[in-house]
Design a binder for this molecule. Structure first.
Ligand SMILES: NC(=O)c1ccc[n+]([C@@H]2O[C@H](COP(=O)([O-])OP(=O)(O)OC[C@H]3O[C@@H](n4cnc5c(N)ncnc54)[C@H](OP(=O)(O)O)[C@@H]3O)[C@@H](O)[C@H]2O)c1
Length: 349
């Protein structure tokens, strides 16, 4: 019989916590024994997540953590770094969805956040974007799942970087459009339905925190802007790159196809969507909503190569990626519990 791992979700009432509970409930290797909430303690999972009414579990307070094999932390920035000792006492493996352990150097937290209370642990943590650093994950016991906008951007740019087509000095301008669920269940006024409806609102024109993640793991800085748009799920990154090789007339479309196929030909969660026929000729977040899949595409003209990446921020951009990372860390089938397909047709998710 295959091994089963006990799991808990700290922050189980949140958006990504709900997605973790949905994924883990159908994952044959995990048995969820605890989901925490301070505000909804003793209520059923279905009380908060109506799609999970069949789960026979109630939220409990996070100050009494169950002993488990894997603890998933789906809490706001700052909580994991403050409570990491309790999390690690409770679990052999901690998978954190927040930014608290993503960055390898305290200087990023000083520059982009309000510093870090446990900087000595940063070098113990393993960043997780499995398509980029799968080999680092087996046996990791403190895992930091990649950020949603950074994940979309890096999945888009990585093939060009890996193939040596895009040099660190080549200019890259990234525009990401995101859905309101990125702000979490307590998203506030900016994400309330009447305010969000119909908007294409630049909310981080410069200085977005995910610039740090891209700089740390793709070894270059990018010009990065994020727009809040009228969808619930989804992150769609448009990356305008200006490779020196393209300006010199030394880059053919076949080189781009080779780069993207080399990077993603064997990846279970990445689909190349570049031109072709039909209505959906380039990556579309609606097509991957509810799935752990990423669509990646590109087009080129003159000195510019534009790359598109579409993910579901709560799946490939957080909960799905966290489960993917746990699968790799524990030596499970990478795709276990993550074989959901999208819906079509479907309204704006
Ligand atoms: N939403 C996304 O698309 C997305 C994507 C990538 C990464 N992330 C990251 O994932 C994390 C969770 O995001 P989310 O959108 O799911 O947030 P959320 O919807 O606001 O949920 C936060 C959860 O944490 C709990 N919580 C809050 N403060 C806590 C504390 N001090 N101790 C214990 N539990 C606490 C909340 O429940 P109680 O207050 O009842 O305890 C709630 O269950 C964040 O760090 C976020 O940056 C989110």
């Amino acid at each position: 019989m295959s091994e089963t791992y006990t799991a808990s979700v700290v922050g189980g009432t949140g958006f990504t916590g709900g997605e973790l509970l949905r994924l883990l409930a159908d994952h044959s290797a995990f048995d969820v024994v605890q989901a925490t909430s301070r505000s909804d303690a003793n209520r059923t999972i279905g009380h908060v997540h109506p799609n999970l009414r069949d789960l026979d579990l109630r939220f409990s307070k996070p100050d009494d953590l169950a002993s488990v094999d894997v603890l998933f932390a789906a809490t706001p920035h700052g909580v994991s770094m403050d409570q990491i000792d309790a999390f690690r006492d409770a679990a052999d493996t901690v998978v954190d969805l927040s930014a608290d352990f993503r960055l390898p150097d305290e200087r990023y937290y000083d520059e982009y956040y309000d510093g870090h209370s446990r900087p000595e642990l940063l070098e113990e943590a393993t960043y997780a974007l499995p398509e980029l650093n799968r080999d680092a994950l087996p046996g990791a016991d403190l895992i930091a799942s990649g950020g949603c906008n950074a994940t979309a951007t890096m999945l888009g740019l990585y093939p060009l970087v890996e193939a040596g087509i895009l040099e660190p000095s080549d200019r890259t301008v990234v525009d990401v459009k995101v859905g309101s669920s990125e702000g979490g269940a307590g998203g506030g006024a900016a994400s309330s339905h009447p305010e969000r409806s119909g908007v294409v609102r630049p909310y981080a024109p410069t200085g977005h925190r995910h610039e740090a993640e891209i700089e740390a793991y793709l070894d270059r800085s990018v010009d990065f802007t994020v727009h809040a748009v009228d969808m619930i799920r989804g992150a769609s990154a448009t990356c305008h790159t200006f490779p020196e090789a393209a300006a010199a007339g030394e880059l053919e479309t076949v080189d781009l196809w080779t780069a993207f196929r080399d990077a993603y030909g064997d990846e279970p969660f990445v689909d190349l969507v570049a031109g072709g026929g039909g209505v959906y000729r380039y990556p579309e977040p609606k097509a991957v909503a509810g799935t752990n899949r990423a669509e990646i595409g590109f087009a080129a003209e003159d000195d510019r190569v534009v790359v598109f990446a579409a993910i579901d921020n709560m799946m490939k951009g957080s909960a799905g990626q966290a489960v993917h990372a746990a699968n790799v860390a524990l030596g499970l089938d990478e795709t276990a519990g993550l074989d959901q397909r999208g819906l079509h047709p479907v309204g704006a998710p």
